[in-house]
Design a protein around this ligand. Structure first.
Ligand code: GSY
Length: 175
């Protein structure tokens, strides 16, 4: 599959773990989307609108023959299938699925901006992204990811919740 995308997942309503793992299952049920890597799950303090519950966040890497717009449409469909209703802009959500990067492309349309314009400012994205690909480059950003993360004030708001490796192993997809 020719395109590589990194996708951020987040949930802070209901059974957050079920929401995140269901999103991965739905995304990878598409015959043209293949999961190639995934991070641990982190519990994170809300950023933006702070008067809301803690989030679970993680990042996955996929390969796909879909275009970026087709992938976006499928991410939005998956959010809706999982019952997300868009209410407050920065508010609570059953599931949030954001395309972070799509190959090394810069895409700017009315519906989609890639790389995600706020990804480098969000420790809840940078920590899991660095876990799975410390050498990832954000198109248009010269600094390595670890230097970007060092500059962020909210790193302590990102705590490991379920490790990818170790005793309490988390596997989003059963074989
Ligand atoms: O942009 C994703 C939704 N979101 C999140 C999130 O996923 N995690 C944390 N910690 N804060 C957030 N604020 C917003 S908006």
């Amino acid at each position: 599959m020719e395109n590589t995308a990194f996708i951020a997942l987040g949930s802070n309503i209901g059974n957050r773990y079920d929401n995140i793992t269901s999103a991965i299952k739905l995304l990878t049920s598409h015959s043209n989307i293949k999961l190639v890597n995934y991070s641990s799950i982190y519990e994170t303090d809300p950023v933006g609108y702070e008067d809301q519950d803690l989030f679970l966040n993680m990042v996955i890497e996929i390969q796909t023959v879909l275009s970026a717009m087709e992938l976006l449409d499928f991410c939005l469909k998956t959010e809706l299938d999982l019952g997300r209703k868009r209410k407050i802009r920065w508010g609570p959500r059953t599931i949030d699925i954001d395309i972070l990067t799509f190959n090394q492309e810069n895409i700017e349309t009315e519906k989609l901006t890639v790389p995600h314009p706020r990804m480098a400012e969000r420790a809840f994205v940078m920590v899991p992204l660095i876990e799975i690909n410390p050498n990832h480059r954000i198109p248009g950003v010269d600094k390595p990811l670890n230097l970007l993360l060092n500059e962020l004030p909210d790193k302590e708001g990102v705590r490991i919740w379920k490790r990818k490796n170790g005793e309490d192993v988390f596997e989003p997809i059963e074989n």
